[in-house]
Design a protein around this ligand. Sequence first.
Ligand code: LAC
Length: 218
Amino acid sequence: MIRAGVYVFDLFGTLVDYGSLRSRFAGKVADADAFVAAWRSKQLQYALCATAMDRYADFETLTGLAFDFAAAAHGLAVDAAERDAARDAWLPAFGDALPALEGLRARGVRTAVLSNGTKHAIEAVVRANGLAGALDALISVEAVRAYKPRPAVYELATQHFGVAAHEIAFVSSNGWDATGAAEFGFRTIWCNRGNLPPETFGRAPERTISTLAALIDG
Ligand code: LAC
């Protein structure tokens, strides 16, 4: 395991599972997997655009706008109430999340979430999944009104814990997020849940794992 006193986690896709949304749209669109992938991809694109354009809107707002785009692209007619319900749907934690957090804490490691989500959304999903007791801090990008991989976002974690970047291990299932964190100076672990090829742009992660269980090996 990477020896670091602080482990910081991405939230959506890393600790909690977007995949659960696929069943919500099965039968409503021709290809629910493609619809959810398009939604997620547009959500991240809007977050990157908001950061590049210095035109911040919170992640829930961008998620709703991305839903509208993906729905139009996939021929899904939605009303606003249905869109908001999908946007705010409960996302379950991956089964490996709580044991990994608890395992790290048992080794004296401090743990945190650093997410694009609003503080309100992060708290809600962490609490609903019973993860709150295993996390020392919930850090939202809201404080800097920009999104990962802007360095100022990763800096929120070093500021919070009062440590240097190389004293933090950062865990994300998003390759681009792991790259951004590595560029910032974190010791970075890419949890390659999707069995994807490695990113080809930017600094490579120090370690690649396929589930969070591997975090507490060794
Ligand atoms: C987050 C998204 C990027 O939780 O997964 O920050």
